[in-house]
Design a protein around this ligand. Sequence first.
Ligand SMILES: Nc1nc2c(c(=O)[nH]1)N[C@H]1C(S)=C(S)[C@@H](COP(=O)(O)OP(=O)(O)OC[C@H]3O[C@@H](n4cnc5c(=O)[nH]c(N)nc54)[C@H](O)[C@@H]3O)O[C@H]1N2
Ligand SMILES: Nc1nc2c(c(=O)[nH]1)N[C@H]1C(S)=C(S)[C@@H](COP(=O)(O)OP(=O)(O)OC[C@H]3O[C@@H](n4cnc5c(=O)[nH]c(N)nc54)[C@H](O)[C@@H]3O)O[C@H]1N2
Ligand SMILES: [Mo]
Length: 700
Amino acid sequence: MPHRTPNADTIQVTGACPHDCPDTCSLLTTVENGIAIKVQGNPDHPHTAGSLCTKVSRYTERTYHPDRILQPMKRVGPKGSGQFESVSWDAALDDIATRLKAIAAQDPQAILPYSYAGTMGLVQGESMAGRFFHKLGASLLERTICASAGGVGLVHTLGAKVGMRVEFFAESRLIIIWGSNSITSNLHFWRYANEAKRAGAKLICIDPRKSETADKCHEHIALLPGTDGALALSLMQQLIKHDWLDHDYLARYTLGWEQLRERALEWPPERAAAVCGIEVAQIEALARDYGACVATHTEAVDGVATSSRGPAAIRMNYGLQRVRGGGNAVRLIAMLPALIGAWRHRAGGVLLSSSGAFPVQRAELERPDLLAGRAPRTINMATIGNDLLREASPEFGPKVQALIVYNSNPVAIAPDSAKVVAGFAREDLFTVVLEHFQTDTADYADYILPATTQLEHWDVHLSYGHTDVLLNRPAIAPLGQAQPNTLIFRELAARMGFTDACFADTDEALCRMAYGDKVDFNVLLDQGFVTLPTSDAPFAQGNFPTPSGKCEFFSQRLADQGLDGLPDHVPNHEPAHSSQAYPLAMISPPARNFLNSSFVNVASLRASEGEPLLEMHPLDAAARQIQDGSVVRVFNARGEHRCRVSLNQRARVGVVHGLGVWWRKFGLDGTNVNQLTSQALTDLGHAPTFYDCLVEVQAA
Ligand SMILES: Nc1nc2c(c(=O)[nH]1)N[C@H]1C(S)=C(S)[C@@H](COP(=O)(O)OP(=O)(O)OC[C@H]3O[C@@H](n4cnc5c(=O)[nH]c(N)nc54)[C@H](O)[C@@H]3O)O[C@H]1N2
Ligand SMILES: Nc1nc2c(c(=O)[nH]1)N[C@H]1C(S)=C(S)[C@@H](COP(=O)(O)OP(=O)(O)OC[C@H]3O[C@@H](n4cnc5c(=O)[nH]c(N)nc54)[C@H](O)[C@@H]3O)O[C@H]1N2
Ligand SMILES: [Mo]
């Protein structure tokens, strides 16, 4: 409910943070005379606990930004020049519908939607948009840009994107933070980890970068990028060698232990240490810590097993799966809790994503039935660089002639920018971008359509870091002529002549539809969030949502696809030390004050980040006569990016970090780190390999 406060003109409205982040915070927006004056964390929501990250606490600065696009804009200059003039909604929508009809009359698959999680809202995401593109028969988009390697890995191991409940990390005795800079990208998890730390838990961070989170952990293992699978296998080898195993759990609740055991025994610490670029002693110590948590009470009941040290929990994040072997690495790490029986306790196990716990009625929202038997081709968003440049062919189908982008900024965030830019620059490509701002992508649009922000529209959310459903109510009226994505697709549908009743659903109706009767909408209206009734220790007695009901070390489903049913270490496409020309491995993890490429244009946040930086170890710099703070050329066969270098101990020797994701137009030379990244894909899930990228660096 909008809460009345003593001043009659001031109300507080509950909402949900829409950003692509595991925390999905509950927001409280204070509105005075129709203007949002403050956005705070909702103190009544347990995970948010009244606090927001710096970015979202500046939400009003983003919403009322002088650069907001507030009317439809039509391109007037050459493609990519960023020159536009304002036009009326009717003129823009009529022209867009005419263009799309002409293309669809030939082959609707020449039209491609491109979207991701600019908003994670289920309604402003793929509800009305999904209906529109399904009815049209447009190409389908495979949404792989972030999490599909790890997601597929989890599904083939635990059975779904599920895991520990985040709040129980507070009770863990050992927390391994694996491939995650939680303080940057999962702040509200960090609160629970910190609680455990204060209660005496040991925290270990596994990350090539000495991140802000690594600074606060007791141990840091700075392995080379893309070597996590080798480390996990060696950890298993040590658990086996010392018999730090929960044999009862293995026998009852896992599948393929004998085969996995054999494979793990091929990985003594000496072998893994060489692959990972770390010390043998670090692997042995990690195994001792993890092995000390082996569950000893084999007859334990749901949630109350005890063990020698206490429960061990692993917080993985998607950082570790942006390499060729990302899917296999996630599988291996997700298996570890089963070896020591960590799942017997609610504070033990692993969490990568909780999104699979949400009973979202996707078919009702997105209406794939509107395809009416057609089976359009699928284009992978990770290879948009190549695919926009492909000619028509029997394998590919028609050349892409129209692109409709919403909730995403592909020119900045997709890999191999030179190709992406060349594709977007095609004069014969008709591009429509629904946006808040004139991003790098919007620069290439034929039309930019002004979209509302989370403060201006309805939505309903899931989370991939906790298990609460959140509702977002509009706090203010849309600014200028901005409209929700839903309304824009509704209007386009009408102009295309789509008369199905579903195109008339209101946003509030879509919010109700998202969970149907699975979630009490009145409670959502009343308090803004509802906690799902998931069990505390979901796998204490097996019950994995896999076909076998067990934790699948061996996956028959993968074997049936002609893949290895057992996980293995899969080396990078571009392993460290494998090239003389490009001897440095580059990763490009998130900057703390940005969210992917969102917020880069918010002046106060950009000021905190300064400018695009490359972190480098002083020894690597000395070998190249590079001075701290100087401008460097970072390059490989795909391209070159100039930025300033920061010499510090966050980087290990041989690895550099280009913190992302900057807008190209704010860079020194109009590029960002994705000028260097490749379109090669991961082992599972067809995902991009942003952190599997060799470069060389020179003083500019
Ligand atoms: N402030 C902020 N928060 C964010 C985001 C953001 O851009 N900014 N992005 C959001 C998004 S889209 C997502 S998907 C989530 C999760 O996004 P993630 O990308 O997982 O975010 P982080 O946890 O910050 O970063 C991952 C960590 O993995 C490390 N890493 C890189 N390569 C490897 C490797 O090969 N092995 C291991 N072990 N570690 C590696 C990086 O150094 C980094 O510290 O966070 C979300 N939260
Ligand atoms: N080098 C490198 N590249 C990366 C990554 C990396 O770590 N390194 N991370 C990758 C990851 S994990 C991800 S998830 C992707 C993220 O890539 P994207 O999903 O493209 O995310 P953003 O860059 O934040 O861009 C989202 C855009 O959506 C817009 N938007 C927000 N809300 C709405 C709305 O309601 N309506 C409309 N129409 N628009 C809206 C915002 O203004 C913003 O410009 O980037 C990937 N790219
Ligand atoms: Mo992501």
